[in-house]
Design a protein around this ligand. Structure first.
Ligand code: ADP
Ligand code: GN1
Ligand code: MG
Length: 362
């Protein structure tokens, strides 16, 4: 690993002399390494080309989005090298290095003195994370959406996600279906929810905006000193979408009282105080531009995004764990089960969640 990353890094135009590399972070998709040099630190990522099938388009999106964000941050008197990602070019001038075996790599500046969390520690932290995601969306308000490729088609098309789920149940390629009939039924019973946001988008009641689409807590870097959410990372899925996807997905992961893969389900619930903290921050940044329908669907979006992600985990379990990185047996099943628990709890608390939304929407 050490040797091969040295060779791979030698194709990038970084400062200093290579010292070493180690696996970094807890993303489910790409392979991420921290690279130490005598100059400074970098992030090296092997792009998951099974997930992102057209890496040229992916990287074009990221160049366009980060160039726009750099400009916006400078205009707001911020530090663009700290408040958004900065790609390091390869020595041949391209933005990725394609190895002979087909692996594709990119390099970013490492953002120092900032941490990504796997679990929210205080309501204040989650409030700041909400402001960071809101600010991110505000910076992209004037980004020409037609420039963006759809890096994963139908990414938040929950109707399509259900179809993929049913196909996995039908095919049962690794023979796991019999172990998870109860979980399967839980999700199928909620299929009618799948089209709610899509229908509102199609009717024009919910506008398409440039959104992040993967707003989990560990995709924001938090300043070690100030505790502010300083940089939104993982820009692979920045595409036209609904702000409801970003809100809902952030709640799914961040407002849970337990980790995404907690095995003791008695620990899993949705925290109303965390829900409130995020809602407050998000509304402060985006409330003015929210339509009536968006406000109406905000609390529901948390349930829908939890449902969507839950069926994605169970689909992957049925398909033999081919999409999300796993670290133990039944990992995707454990993840699906926390989502079932969260959905049940959100259904019980939906009235209170809506009350919180309306408290901040006036
Ligand atoms: P994945 O798509 O697999 O989730 P990410 O791009 O989110 O990959 O990176 C995985 C983790 O690596 C992040 O959660 C974060 O902890 C860390 N990370 C990624 N980019 C940077 C960066 N430029 N500076 C510091 N940490 C980073
Ligand atoms: C993946 O890449 P990462 O770990 O930030 C996934 C998200 C899921 C999330 C579940 C490109 O996010 O859609 O919500 O796992 N990203 C992709 O934790 O599929
Ligand atoms: Mg990530």
């Amino acid at each position: 690993m050490y040797e091969s990353n040295f060779e791979i890094c030698s194709h990038f135009d970084y400062d200093g002399t290579y010292i070493g590399s180690r696996p970094y972070g807890e993303g489910h998709i790409n392979s991420t390494f921290l690279i130490e040099t005598t100059g400074r630190r970098y992030i090296l990522q092997k792009i998951n080309t099974a997930v992102f099938k057209e890496h040229q388009k992916l990287i074009e999106n990221i160049v366009a989005v980060t160039t726009h964000l750099h400009r916006r941050i400078i205009a707001s008197l911020g530090d663009p090298y700290r408040e958004t990602l900065t790609l390091i070019p390869a020595k041949d001038g391209k933005w990725v290095y394609e190895a002979a075996n087909g692996d594709v790599y990119r390099m970013y500046l490492f953002i120092d003195f900032a941490v990504s969390y796997q679990k929210v520690e205080t309501a204040e932290m989650f409030y700041k994370v909400a402001k960071a995601f809101g600010q991110f969306q505000n910076y992209l308000k004037d980004f020409p959406a037609e420039k963006l490729y759809e890096t994963i088609p139908d990414f938040h098309n929950t109707v399509v996600r259900f179809a993929q789920f049913k196909e996995a149940i039908e095919k049962d390629v690794v023979g796991r279906r019999k172990m998870v009939e109860e979980e399967i039924q839980f999700f199928l019973q909620r299929e009618k929810d799948a089209s709610v946001i899509l229908d509102a988008v199609n009717k024009g009641e919910v506008p398409l905006r440039v959104t992040h689409n993967d707003t989990k807590l560990n995709n924001v870097l938090i300043d070690e000193k100030t505790g502010e959410g300083i940089c939104v990372i993982d820009l692979d899925t920045v595409m036209p979408g609904s702000m409801l996807y970003d809100f809902g997905d952030a709640i799914r992961f961040g407002a849970s009282t337990a980790k995404e893969d907690e095995q003791d389900l008695s620990l899993v619930s949705v925290s109303l105080s965390l829900f409130e903290a995020f809602t407050k921050g998000y509304m402060e940044k985006l409330g003015d531009s929210m339509t009536k329908k968006e406000t109406e669907l905000l609390a529901f979006s948390a349930k829908l995004m939890t449902l969507e992600c839950g069926i994605r985990f169970l689909t992957d379990y049925l398909n033999g764990d081919i999409y999300f990185r796993i670290h133990r047996e039944n990992h995707n099943l454990d993840r699906a089960r926390t989502h079932i628990k969260l959905i049940r709890d959100m259904e019980d608390k939906m009235d209170e969640m809506n009350k919180i939304v309306y408290k901040y929407s006036d």
